[in-house]
Design a binder for this molecule. Structure first.
Ligand SMILES: Cc1cc2nc3c(=O)[nH]c(=O)nc-3n(C[C@H](O)[C@H](O)[C@H](O)COP(=O)(O)OP(=O)(O)OC[C@H]3O[C@@H](n4cnc5c(N)ncnc54)[C@H](O)[C@@H]3O)c2cc1C
Ligand SMILES: *[C@@H]1O[C@H](CO)[C@@H](O)[C@H](O)[C@H]1NC(C)=O
Length: 368
């Protein structure tokens, strides 16, 4: 497992829950803590060591209530209000790690440098693909090991290096992009008296802030060898947004955009493990490639831009359901969708105040 953020921890948790089926995972984490982007750091750019600061989190926000943000099998502390400061999410992920005994399986301060498919033949067995993983520790010492399957859970990189609004007070800031971060950040900026205009007046901007989304970068993978194209917010072909058809023991967790992240990761991981355990049989390579091509084609014909092809949005629920149906695990309770959509609406109507509300799940279908 590459990365000990939410996606990597989720993968490790489910692997560990099936000791009869899977050996314990090895989780590689380049930093010295779990939590990934939730492990907030006020610094931006690079550390003194030259290593880039990974966290993209800004100081004051979460934009989903904990009731839908949680892994469905691991609630947040019920005492907490619905919209949490990022520290609480970090604490939650640490608790998730602790209660599932994941920590001993994480190699901290260890960067995955390369992941390569190799062909192995054991005596009396068919040829199969294994994965040669080279990692390095802080001293630069490299180690190469072989695994049957790899989960890429290192969904990294860029937003603008925004942390909090005060430095922009009184400045005119042009925010480019109006999805989650553009909206969140604009509201914060407005509160500290940064300028915005609705009356057609013109001025010179002090700051141009890009809130244009996150790029993928997997420096440890050779995309061409894997039959993948990774560019401009897009990675393809991935069957069910997870599996390169040519290498069905490599899984990308957390690639989709505009989703309810933790519940989505939880479904992807369970599907991936069902593939490895043999309870789900994938179609042939050609069939998978075909299906991906057709699905993307349909979206492009509907006018979806290339860089938006990984956006699930409304389709995320059917996507998760489809994964649970094919792999036979419990689907997400409908209340998650219902509350997610409610919050989305509240956010449109009351962008400055929607976080003041508190929610409670009453049943699989009802919240209050
Ligand atoms: C500003 C912002 C606000 C957000 N707000 C919310 C919110 O309110 N609610 C919500 O549910 N989601 C929110 N999200 C989405 C968030 O991305 C997900 O919740 C989740 O944290 C993603 O987890 P991940 O494990 O996929 O990636 P990450 O958290 O990025 O973790 C990846 C891990 O991989 C490690 N890694 C990377 N490369 C390597 C390598 N080569 N070798 C070893 N380790 C490596 C990194 O160090 C990191 O620990 C927000 C995201 C951002 C950026
Ligand atoms: C990781 O490296 C840092 C900095 O050298 C060190 O302080 C920390 O103890 C290391 N953590 C682990 C778990 O090895």
């Amino acid at each position: 497992v590459v990365g000990a953020g939410a996606a990597g921890l989720c993968a490790a948790r489910h692997v560990l829950s099936r000791p009869g089926c899977f050996a314990p995972p090895v989780v590689f984490e380049l930093s010295d803590s779990v939590g990934g982007t939730w492990c907030y750091d006020e610094r931006v750019g690079t550390y003194d060591s030259g290593r880039p600061v990974h966290s993209s989190m800004y100081r004051d926000l979460t934009n989903l209530p904990k009731e839908v943000m949680m892994f469905p099998d691991f609630p947040f502390d019920p005492q907490l209000s619905s919209f949490l400061p990022h520290q609480e999410v970090q604490r939650y992920l640490e608790r998730y790690c602790q209660s599932h005994g994941i920590r001993p399986h994480i190699r901290f301060n260890t960067t995955v440098e390369s992941v390569k498919p190799i062909v192995v033949t054991a005596e009396g067995e068919e040829e199969r693909t294994a994965w040669e993983v080279t990692s390095s520790d802080l001293s630069g010492r490299q180690k190469t090991e072989t695994f049957d399957s790899v989960f890429v859970c290192s969904t990294v990189l860029h937003s603008h290096s925004y942390r909090f609004a005060e430095p922009f007070s009184g400045q005119s800031v042009v925010v480019l992009g109006a999805k989650a971060s553009g909206l969140d950040i604009s509201i914060e900026l407005a509160k500290v008296g940064a300028q915005r205009f609705q009356d057609g007046s013109v001025t010179e901007a002090d700051v141009l802030m890009f809130c244009t989304g996150y790029n993928f970068r997997f420096p440890f993978l050779d995309a061409a060898q894997l039959g993948l194209e990774i560019q401009d917010h897009m990675i393809s072909p991935l069957y069910r947004f997870m599996v390169p058809p040519a290498f069905p023991s490599l899984f990308f967790i957390g690639i989709c955009k505009i989703i309810c992240p933790f519940p989505n990761f939880n479904c992807q991981v369970q599907f991936a493990l069902a593939v490895l355990a043999g309870s789900v049989t994938l179609p042939t390579r050609a069939q998978m490639e075909d299906e991906v091509r057709r699905e993307l084609q349909v979206k492009l014909e509907r006018g979806v831009q290339h860089r938006h092809l990984l956006i699930l949005d409304q389709d995320q629920w059917e996507y998760c359901n489809m994964l649970s149906r094919s792999a036979g695990f419990s689907p997400l309770p409908p209340v998650i969708r219902s509350l997610f959509e409610e919050v989305h609406q509240q956010r449109q109507i009351h962008p400055e105040n929607y976080r003041k509300l508190n929610y409670r799940l009453i049943s699989d279908t009802q919240w209050e």
